[in-house]
Design a protein around this ligand. Structure first.
Ligand SMILES: [Zn+2]
Length: 66
């Protein structure tokens, strides 16, 4: 057994703070991101969006975290 040399990649559900979610391959079963390809300034060109407040609150409300 050579554990660690070949990580166990599996389907990983990625959820972003912007509400976007997608499935990718990872050693983790689930991941949470602050930015993704849908909201990252590199892709959207909306640099101000990242610096604007309220994103976390919006995320909390969406998932009923209080
Ligand atoms: Zn996003």
């Amino acid at each position: 057994m050579k554990e660690g040399i070949h990580p166990d990649y599996k389907e990983c559900k990625v959820t972003c703070a912007c509400g976007n979610s997608f499935v990718t391959k990872s050693t983790e079963a689930e991941l949470r991101l602050d930015v993704c390809s849908a909201c990252h300034p590199f892709f959207t060109g909306q640099q101000k969006f990242i610096n604007r407040g309220g994103r976390v609150e919006k995320f909390k409300n969406k998932y009923n975290i209080d």
